[in-house]
Design a binder for this molecule. Structure first.
Ligand code: ZN
Length: 245
């Protein structure tokens, strides 16, 4: 099946990857939707990682989110991220669309990257618009007694990720939609393809006459429409596909 996927990659005019939490699990980042393993276990994320909590109680928001920042601190891209960066270098992959906010695709060297839920790589000031990189945000968090990274203007910085209660970034969504429509092959990796917008994007590829390949442990609602489905470990499966190219 890896050879078959390699054939599809070679034959497609445009290949776009769509990645979810499963591609970052081998980097030690748990899929928060898996029961018992999640970062969110101790709190209700819907309650705390909400734009209203950020606005009303930035200290409470950052107590929760600060843990998340710390837990992602030393995480590194894995072999699956590396394969996608290598495919792009070989001009076999046009872009990566991801739900992940961990920044690992960028760290692996992917250049055409659409982060539909944003990323923790920066935080912005809702008042003056100043943008601060992650290291700076961590330094400001550590400097304040309340754990809030404060902007120079006196407002609390907000991570550049989509919080509950917020709309998805319009430009990123438009870009992802255009990529999905134009793809000859959409390579879905590590996503259960159940959450908007990633549930819709593969359907756009199919409507446009493109094909789907799925590399994910566990079932997805689109398995029956995929030309290829690989069920194994994402790092091993993608390394195998790269070898077959
Ligand atoms: Zn500011």
């Amino acid at each position: 099946m890896r050879e078959r996927l390699a054939d599809l990659v070679r034959a497609a005019g445009s290949v776009v990857a769509l990645t979810g939490a499963g591609i970052s699990v081998p980097s030690g980042i748990p899929d928060f939707r898996s029961p018992g393993t999640g970062l969110w276990e101790r709190v209700d994320p819907m309650e705390v990682a909400h734009i209203d909590v950020f606005r009303r109680e930035p200290a409470r928001f950052w107590r929760f989110y600060g843990d998340r920042f710390q837990s992602l601190r030393d995480k590194r891209p894995n072999g699956a991220h590396a394969v996608l960066a290598e495919l792009e270098r070989r001009r076999l992959l046009d872009a990566v669309i991801t739900q992940n906010i961990d920044g690992l695709h960028a760290a692996a060297g992917t250049r055409e990257l659409v982060e539909v839920h944003g990323s923790i790589r920066s935080s912005s000031c809702p008042a003056c618009g100043a943008v601060h990189p992650l290291d700076e945000v961590r330094a400001r968090q550590a400097a304040g007694a309340d754990g809030v990274p404060w902007c120079d203007c006196g407002e609390a910085l907000k991570p550049d990720v989509v919080l509950f209660g917020e709309y998805l970034p319009e430009k990123a969504l438009e870009h992802a939609t255009a990529l999905a429509r134009g793809a000859g092959l959409m390579l879905c990796i590590g996503s259960s393809l159940e959450v908007y917008p990633v549930a819709q994007l593969p359907l756009l590829t199919l409507e446009g006459g493109g094909e789907l390949a799925i590399v994910t442990q566990g079932p997805t609602p689109l398995d029956h429409r995929a030309a290829v489905k690989l069920h194994g470990d994402v790092v091993e499966e993608l390394a195998g596909v790269l070898d077959a190219l």
